[in-house]
Design a binder for this molecule. Structure first.
Ligand SMILES: C[S@@+](CC[C@H](N)C(=O)[O-])C[C@H]1O[C@@H](n2cnc3c(N)ncnc32)[C@H](O)[C@@H]1O
Length: 234
């Protein structure tokens, strides 16, 4: 069973409050002209709005259950013809097409445990791009306050949906558990600092065009969130 299969049915209610990134990624997609590849497409939270803006999306995810929810969401929105969902690992995406934009929203690259795995993912994204194409992704590194406020506590994030963050600062790993209706899943998020990401992105064959600290395009100034806009070096 894939990592997110168990929580696929309550992923959307769980992440309901996460809306700040949608317009940002839709704008990136419109600027590229498409098609767009979304790595770790999940339930289509970003892919469906991109398709609603008229841009074709190829979405890759390793969870069949998340893809099933995405398929239903695309159909419900009437954009199933623009959303092509494929089961696979984002490090070896089943995508022979070349596109002007690859995205990996909502911290999904942090599911890559090691630097080597992150680099593999960056290189895989680069290989999908047309010359001069862009890879846009967001990640985070927690603040001390965030760790202190949440460590080990079950918090009701949405009605009936609980989450618990267990932070290991030495290993720089967040074990995030999500629970609803007797179903529970735990997954790891493995963070890096901005300077470590900059080094990896360079090694992965990209130049950083912009590094934002939030989706309103404010420049990164040490915030938790980092939004990278990278152009493939040709
Ligand atoms: C936080 S969700 C993000 C989903 C979507 N991009 C969004 O913004 O809502 C992370 C997704 O990454 C997927 N995932 C985790 N590891 C993966 C891998 N190695 N290859 C492909 N997908 C993966 C999970 O199945 C899950 O759907």
């Amino acid at each position: 069973m894939a990592l997110y299969d168990e929580i696929a049915r309550f992923y959307d209610p769980w992440s309901r409050s996460v809306t700040e990134d949608v317009g940002f990624y839709v704008d990136q997609a419109l600027a590229s002209g498409g098609p767009v590849v979304e790595l770790a497409v999940g339930t289509g939270r970003i892919a469906v709005p991109i398709a609603e803006a008229g841009i074709e999306v190829i979405g890759v995810d390793s969870s069949p259950e998340m893809l099933a929810v995405a398929r239903a969401a695309a159909t419900a929105a009437g954009v199933e013809g623009l959303v092509d969902l494929r089961l696979g690992d984002l490090r070896e995406p089943p995508v022979p097409e070349r596109v002007p934009l690859v995205i990996c929203p909502f911290r999904s690259l942090l599911h890559m445990e090691t630097e080597d795995q992150k680099l593999q993912a960056l290189r895989a994204a680069g290989a999908l791009l047309e010359p001069g194409g862009r890879f846009v992704f967001d990640v985070f590194a927690p603040s001390r306050e965030d760790i202190e406020e949440t460590h080990g506590l079950w918090l009701e994030r949405e009605p009936g949906i609980f989450e618990r963050a267990v932070w290991d600062e030495g290993a720089r790993t967040l074990s995030l558990s999500v629970r609803s209706d007797g179903t529970e899943a735990t997954f790891g998020l493995h963070w890096l600092s901005a300077s470590e990401w900059l080094r990896l992105v360079d090694e992965g064959g990209f130049e950083v065009e912009a590094l934002y600290g939030w989706f309103d395009l404010r420049p990164y100034a040490g915030e938790e969130d980092m939004i990278f806009v990278c152009r493939r070096r040709d």
